[in-house]
Ligand binder design. Structure first.
Ligand code: GLN
Ligand code: ZN
Length: 698
């Protein structure tokens, strides 16, 4: 009985790749330094899988940025603006496509299916020339071979690659991308013999009907079935007894020698190694498995099927499953009751949005095209050190509060100097927009190194929701009130919405997701009401990840959107008309969910927009009818490039062609946390100048 792993996290157990990449980008280390870190990481992953007894070990699942961009490099499909002149694609061209450079913006980035991983969208058209321009896949295979490990190279398949791409600028929107298949196949052919398929790998976790289909309809004779039973998307220990019985049903159909135990998808969507979690509560820890542990689970299942069941290992697993079901730390009766009582009501603000905006404007007195930012300001090394030292109890609470207050004051003064209309406090106390809230809510557990790649070198450390959620104390009120006391301009209270907290956490799998989401919504509702009571007049509730939770199956969309939107409304349905609710959403395809976004009934919606084309805006024409304020990002914060005032003014003009003057807001497309002050100051200066210029022309 054989075992297989679809893919493995690239960043390393302590995010070694992240630090190597960022130091290289900053010019602090050489290409050789970066390559050395990458080579060591790959070697240790291969060795680990080989030691665990995995038969089919993957290669080419490593990437310096993204596997779709790697495929673009492999196919030589470099957009013209990067002035690539042929030859093997090197770091220069590769990272320019990923991140932009001083003169050219980056390629667009979008979410990989329903995950929080972002890939770089290929830009293709009838004139795209394809050539075999990156030997990465073969090189990695050889590299593993030299280490004595025979691997299965992993490629993004040609059809998927084309379906994940978009027509390049200037190419008609309806261009049939699949028509390029015959142009890219020659490159694939030089890598593989493209012989017929001998094995099929299925995700048996998300694919809830796959088992039934295989057992009822059968499976092609002589082919292998790679059965993805160990969940690559969560951190929960596998219920080995259940998986074993699934595998036995499959075995009866495909035969003993044709069944291979595998993961449901690449393990890149889970954390790396539980071994590094020395501070995690031991009961909770017994319920978990990260990538390294999942590799062992896959192998144990394969051995059990082959008649070499490790009884002690299976018994420990069964005991952990039972403890999770009965543990009192999982259940909070009061929360269960409050969430159950939500049923049957619509939870909507009493007054319509236009009337609310009028009431708010009387108090806020904002100019047309009001300027604002999305929340975070650059997080300096010094700031991170302060937070770290406070966490490690190396500095006192008093010292910490003083330092954060100083930082807030700096950010407030800067925004006043820049003449921004609605201010933010900059979020200096937050490490991460979900972790910060999770740490203060009950029912959440935290890891020290449970990082998951989000895009490029960026990682997130999702909290683990293991039990019923409640809010014992106010979470942000002190900082927001402090910030408001420093200025006479409106200060936005800054919260993360329930759907985003849910979608960016590892969620318990022992109750439906919507129940967990309603519990979080009730906790955030308390915070919103406390902020309002504390004199905060504008509250932004970020739902950066609303679309991300959309199920892949269309038939399940309506149900998800209904409870997600409902969760958002629960948070603010009982506040006064004069309190202005903003929501912010990160890049996503809004087209198909615009009605749901409007149904969230926020007063102002800011969206990430600057990396996608103008068509996104037309989507919001629908929103215009509804009357809420809309702030499509006027510049890209994912790139270090500083946009000029003219360029931003031009964007605003384009937006005004679609959106009414009185509803348009001017803001960057997301938080500024990852940028440097040397980038943020000139960019925001230009943004405010652009807004002022357009105001004079209206
Ligand atoms: N308020 C958050 C910030 O500015 C929003 C970030 C996000 O949407 N990803 O950092
Ligand atoms: Zn955002």
């Amino acid at each position: 009985m054989a075992s297989h792993i679809v893919g493995y996290p690239r960043m390393g157990p302590k995010r070694e790749l992240k630090f190597a990449l960022e130091s290289f980008w900053d010019g602090k280390s050489t290409a050789e330094d970066l390559e050395k870190v990458a080579t060591d990481l790959r070697a240790s992953i291969w060795k680990q899988m080989a030691d665990a007894g995995i038969k089919y070990i993957p290669s080419n699942t490593f990437s310096y940025y993204d596997q779709v961009l790697d495929t673009t490099a492999m196919l030589g499909a470099v957009p013209e603006r990067y002035s690539w002149t042929g030859g093997e694609i090197g770091f220069d061209t590769y990272f320019s496509m990923a991140r932009g450079n001083a003169t050219v913006p980056a390629m667009e980035m979008t979410k990989w299916f329903d995950t929080n991983y972002h890939f770089i969208v290929p830009e293709l058209g009838p004139n795209t020339k394809f050539s075999y321009a990156s030997h990465k896949a073969v090189n990695e295979y050889k590299e593993a071979k030299a280490l004595g490990v025979d691997t299965v190279p992993v490629l993004v398949g040609p059809v998927s690659y084309l379906l994940l791409s978009k027509p390049a600028k200037g190419v008609e929107k309806g261009f049939p991308l699949l028509s390029l298949l015959s142009s890219i196949l020659p490159v694939y052919k030089t890598l593989t013999s493209l012989s017929s398929v001998t094995a099929y790998g299925f995700d048996l976790v998300r694919g809830t009907q796959t088992l039934g289909l295989v057992t009822s309809a059968g499976f092609p004779a002589g082919k292998y079935l790679f059965a993805g039973v160990v969940d690559g998307r969560n951190i929960w220990a596998d219920d080995l007894a259940t998986s074993l019985s699934t595998l036995q049903s499959l075995e009866a159909v495909v035969g003993k020698d044709k069944l291979v135990v595998s993961t449901s998808c690449s393990l890149m969507h889970t954390a790396v190694d539980l071994v590094n979690e020395t501070k995690l509560d031991s009961e909770i820890k017994s319920w978990l498995a990260f990538a390294a542990q999942k590799v062992v689970e896959v192998d144990a299942l394969a051995k059990a099927l082959a008649g070499q069941k490790d009884e002690a290992y299976f018994a420990a697993n069964a005991a952990a499953q039972a403890s999770r079901k009965s543990s009192p730390r999982v259940t909070n009766e009061e929360v269960q009751k409050a969430a159950a009582a939500l049923k049957g009501s619509d939870h909507r603000r009493g007054t319509n949005v236009s009337a609310r905006l009028d009431a708010q404007q009387k108090k806020l007195n904002l100019p047309i095209l009001p300027t604002t930012t999305i929340g975070s300001f650059p997080q300096t090394v010094e700031l991170r050190r302060v937070r770290r030292e406070y966490k490690a109890k190396k500095i006192s609470e008093e010292e910490y509060v003083t330092a954060i207050k100083e930082e807030i004051n700096k950010v407030v003064k800067l925004q006043e100097e820049l003449d921004i209309d609605v201010l933010v406090h900059g979020e200096p106390e937050r490490n991460d927009m979900v972790e910060y809230f999770g740490e203060q809510l009950s029912g959440f557990a935290f890891t020290a190194n449970g990082w998951v790649q989000s895009y490029g070198s960026r990682c997130v450390k999702p909290p683990i929701i293991y039990g019923d959620v409640s809010r014992p104390n106010p979470m942000t009120v002190f900082w927001s009130k402090t910030a408001q006391s420093m200025t006479s301009r409106p200060m936005k209270g800054m919260l993360t919405g329930p759907v985003t907290i849910l979608n960016w956490s590892f969620v318990r799998n022992d109750q439906p997701r919507f129940e967990t989401c309603y519990q979080i919504a009730l906790a955030i509702k308390k915070e919103v009401e406390d902020l309002e009571a504390g004199g905060i007049q504008v509250i932004q509730i970020d739902e950066a990840a609303l679309r991300e939770g959309l199920p892949l199956r269309k038939a399940e969309h309506a149900f998800y959107l209904d409870w997600a939107v409902h969760s958002f409304r629960i948070t603010n349905c009982e506040i006064q008309d004069t309190t202005q609710i903003h929501t912010h959403m990160c890049y996503s395809n809004f087209n198909d969910i615009i009605h749901s976004i409007i149904d969230m009934d926020a007063d102002v919606i800011t969206i990430e927009n600057s990396r996608s084309d103008e068509k996104l805006l037309s989507v919001f024409r629908e929103g215009v009818k509804y009357g809420a304020g809309i702030g499509p990002g006027v510049y890209d914060i994912h790139s270090p490039r500083i946009p000029s005032a003219e360029e931003i003014a031009d964007r605003i003009d384009k937006m005004l062609a679609v959106l009414d003057t009185n509803i348009l807001w001017v803001n960057p497309d997301c938080g500024l946390k990852t940028r440097k002050y040397t980038e943020v100051k000139p960019a925001l200066t230009n943004m405010v100048s652009a807004a002022k210029l357009i105001r004079t022309q209206l």
